[in-house]
Design a protein around this ligand. Structure first.
Ligand SMILES: C[S@@+](CC[C@H](N)C(=O)[O-])C[C@H]1O[C@@H](n2cnc3c(N)ncnc32)[C@H](O)[C@@H]1O
Length: 386
């Protein structure tokens, strides 16, 4: 058996997913816009963003102060931005910002909306009325929820995220299935996510040591959202930016962002926070891709590339069966000749066999799976941008 000619290559299963760089950067890109999101989005070009994360007002409708059993005041969401006169007013507002989002979303783009029982059903229903197509709802189960102080209802321990495409026929949307599985120790990522609420050093505080914002979301939540449904260099829009959680994570993950926030104090904190974040290096942003998305490499390519030569021997991992490589990319074992798959199946008396994961070549006294050689070619193609 011949010694393989060594080829330098990237790991076989990791491919950078960069989309073409944004050539001349529009001024709204990677910026925080202060103002009403409906008006601000009207000034963005149509179909200009890849992903939207929206954390709209909840319309909590709190009647008076919420207190603990010791009568201390609970730091609940009672801000003006969360006040609406009626469900009708909330629905009209929801319809307006959803329509504005739909206009700027690319046909291949998707949108996430997070909410609680107070608003998420209304928002979801309006999304469907406007043509959005719900792909999943995710339950964010809070590891450390606020108790139900009055003891009159269940502890409200989760929020719901709706993930939707622009319409039912949407094609080419990003879902990094393999990456999420790898992230989750090789288990398929489920739709219930257990994550703590935003506390500790991540929570923005003002000079007096008070929370800057009542509903700052944890970065871990945005990490999953962006990792699962966007690619490096994608544009991520957040129409209700608050403290800039989505934009900070987008920047760290090498995505572009644009955020709209009507409160200038929140916007200032968001800008400072985003400026303090560093983009991860390119090689840290590559994700695992599905095998089917990788270019097809026939066995003959290994011969063309000089990795295996006609006359070389292939064998299985326990060296029970041996086959000779032929110049046309077929192999022969005794009287059986054909593809690596057909001969692999025949020598084992099986109906079918994946030859790539059955046959090995010898290199420096060790057996190397031919699938590994195929991976090297794929790595080189990816490095060349093919
Ligand atoms: C639920 S909070 C978002 C919190 C954010 N996800 C974070 O992690 O900090 C909603 C934000 O939307 C802002 N807001 C409300 N109405 C708005 C509007 N019409 N246009 C832009 N921002 C708005 C509020 O000021 C508030 O900061």
């Amino acid at each position: 058996m011949s010694v393989l000619r060594q080829r330098t290559a990237a790991p076989s299963s990791e491919v950078s997913l960069h989309s073409p760089a944004v050539s001349s950067k529009p001024e709204w890109l990677d910026s925080v816009i202060v103002g009403d999101c409906v008006a601000a989005l009207e000034r963005l070009p149509k179909a200009s963003v890849d992903l939207i994360f929206a954390d709209p007002p909840y319309n909590l409708q709190l009647g008076g102060d919420l207190t603990r059993p010791d009568q201390s005041k609970v730091d609940a969401v009672d801000d003006d931005w969360d006040r609406f006169d009626s469900f009708e007013a909330y629905d009209a507002f929801t319809r307006a910002w959803l329509l504005a989002c739909r206009r700027v979303l690319k046909p291949t783009g998707t949108m996430w909306v997070i909410g609680s029982y107070h608003n998420i059903f209304r928002v979801g229903s309006i999304m469907q009325d406007l043509g959005f197509w719900v792909l999943n709802d995710i339950i964010w189960r809070k590891a450390n929820p606020m108790p139900n102080f009055k003891g009159k209802r269940f502890t409200n321990a989760h929020e719901t995220l709706i993930w939707a495409s622009r319409d039912r026929e949407a094609k080419g949307i990003t879902f990094n299935y393999e990456a999420m599985k790898a992230f989750n120790d090789d288990l398929q990522m489920r739709s219930d996510w257990l994550l703590p609420i935003c506390t500790g050093g991540e929570r923005l505080k003002n000079a007096e040591g008070d929370k800057v914002h009542p509903t700052q979301k944890p970065e871990a939540l945005l990490w999953r959202v962006l990792m699962s449904s966007s690619k490096p260099d994608d544009v991520v829009l957040d129409p209700f930016l608050g403290t800039g959680t989505s934009a900070a994570v987008a920047k760290r993950l090498g995505r572009h962002f644009v955020g709209v926030e009507r409160d200038s104090t929140y916007a200032d904190f968001a800008r400072a926070r985003i400026a303090s974040v560093e983009r991860a290096p390119d090689d840290g942003l590559a994700v695992v891709t599905p095998k089917r998305a990788e270019p097809r490499i026939p066995f003959g390519s290994l011969i063309e590339a000089g990795m295996i030569r006609p006359g070389d021997k292939l064998c299985d991992a326990r060296r029970r069966h041996v086959a000779t490589v032929r110049a046309d990319g077929s192999i022969a074992s005794g009287a059986i000749a054909g593809s690596i798959h057909k001969v692999g199946a025949s020598v084992q008396g099986l109906e079918a066999c994946n030859g790539w994961t059955y046959w090995h070549v010898e290199s420096g006294g060790a057996l190397v799976l031919i699938d590994e050689l195929r991976g090297r070619i794929r790595g080189e193609l990816a490095a060349a941008g093919a």
